[in-house]
Design a protein around this ligand. Sequence first.
Ligand SMILES: Nc1ncnc2c1ncn2[C@@H]1O[C@H](COP(=O)(O)OP(=O)(O)OP(=O)(O)O)[C@@H](O)[C@H]1O
Length: 250
Amino acid sequence: MGRGVYWLPRRPVPLQRPTNQPTMSLRKPPPPRLVLDNVSCIRNSQKVLSNINATLHDGAALVLTGPNGSGKSTFLRMLAGFSRPSAGRILWNGHDTAVSGVYHQYRLHLNWLTLKDAIYDGFTVLENIQWFEVLEGKVGKAEKALEFMGLARLANEKPRRLSMGQRKRLQLARLIAIDRPIWLLDEPSVALDHEGVKLLEQIIKENRRNGGVVIVATHLPIEMEDALHLRLPERFPRRLNSVDLLGRRE
Ligand SMILES: Nc1ncnc2c1ncn2[C@@H]1O[C@H](COP(=O)(O)OP(=O)(O)OP(=O)(O)O)[C@@H](O)[C@H]1O
């Protein structure tokens, strides 16, 4: 029997370094996936966000909190490219997303979930995911995603039969099936029951584990390990009324 070369032990080849070169590594670390560099945003002639800085590497999560009207949705809209920063830059892989060629690549990596659920009543529950899969040129994850979110038995129903929480689960199933790495989630746990919140936490964890980045605006607690937290300040603090003033004297 002839001897194949594959059994030969692999002999390490000594690396030769030119003697006049420094010993440091030549590989540059990758840039952060997303950077907000001193970003401000004006809406309706009012400054909503001022000088925001954040650096997000693969696997990172950022939780945005703050009172009503403090700018959480504006922050997500700006990251999605629907509003432009009035100052500062949003960098994706080190490139400014204000450059249209960069933006067109960047937006293909975004998964966006808002309170407007973009669920079409003319489609079944399953088709509401499959349609997005077709647009993405991806197929085959819709049924598994529905099953994971506990909606398998409703796959052929029309969405008008769904409860609010089930509609939110359908949105989350779409998020998994579409499988884009940067998740922008506006109040993703609203209407979810305890099990739904746990499933949400699980899919966020899985996306991060796969190197994705998750940014969540929320009023409700969502468990996310090692997440960065940014609390936006109240924009128009309420004027003190007589009840507040009486309370202050005590
Ligand atoms: N379509 C719009 N056009 C102009 N201004 C808007 C629009 N939507 C919101 N705003 C203003 O932007 C500011 C921030 O709103 P935003 O929705 O970002 O707050 P939020 O923190 O997400 O609030 P909430 O907790 O109520 O969801 C508010 O003062 C609001 O009036």
